[in-house]
Write a protein that binds this ligand. Structure first.
Ligand SMILES: CSCCC(=O)C(=O)COP(=O)(O)O
Ligand SMILES: [Zn+2]
Length: 204
């Protein structure tokens, strides 16, 4: 029953993301954990703003095996990595917003630091606008397995929290359930917009 409810919430989140314009064309992918071994991941190539429950495929978290003639997301390896590294992650949202795409290109180096914003408190475990939030940035790669290896290596060193950016590509974020993943997505998107607007003002 809980799984059915989580899937219904994920479908609703996909429609909300679509309405926000954060998954244009066929961009983005979304998933929800079923148990310790399996998750449901969106079918590759679909318009993610129009997904329904039947567009999610059951994937083995360890082997990435799928019992279906359809293809799960081309970025499945990133979802399964995130589920493997933290058993408390219950849902993952990957989006292609303009702000995440532009900011990840404009920001030099491998991190974006957000500080001084009350909305940092939309992220689990952050209780003050003075607690800096560091969002890791990874260079994009068409080899998703290679990208997943870089993400795993950095996670081992620093511990990734809430989400990360892929340069010129988009945002991955997660939560213990769909509701929390959605809150993290909305909070991070708000913070990205603030960071970008500030840069534009300061450039004048
Ligand atoms: C124009 S979308 C390019 C692929 C991508 O980055 C993405 O998020 C969607 O891929 P999927 O296989 O999950 O549809
Ligand atoms: Zn993508």
């Amino acid at each position: 029953m809980i799984v059915t409810q989580q899937l219904a919430e994920l479908v609703a989140a996909c429609h909300w993301i679509g309405a926000k314009g954060w998954c244009p064309a066929t961009g983005g992918n979304m998933s929800v954990r079923l148990d310790g071994q399996t998750c449901l991941i969106s079918e590759s190539g679909q318009d993610k703003g129009c997904l329904e429950a039947e567009h999610f495929l059951r994937v083995d978290i360890l082997s990435q095996r799928v019992d279906d003639h359809r293809r799960p997301s081309a970025e499945t390896a990133l979802h399964t990595l995130i589920y493997r590294r933290d058993p408390l992650v219950g849902a993952i949202l990957h989006t292609h917003s303009v702000n995440a795409t532009v900011l990840s290109l404009a920001q030099a180096g491998d991190s974006l630091v957000l500080n001084g914003y009350e909305m940092q408190k939309s992220l689990a475990g952050v209780h003050s606008h003075l607690t800096p939030v560091t969002v890791a940035i990874f260079d994009n790669d068409q080899d998703i397995a290679a990208l997943a290896e870089r993400v795993a290596a950095r996670d081992k060193l620093e511990g990734l929290r809430h989400g990360f950016l892929v340069r010129g590509h988009g945002l991955y974020c997660w939560g213990r359930d769909v509701k929390e993943a959605r809150r993290h997505l909305e909070g991070l998107e708000f913070l990205f917009q603030c960071a970008l607007q500030r840069r534009l003002l300061e450039a004048k």
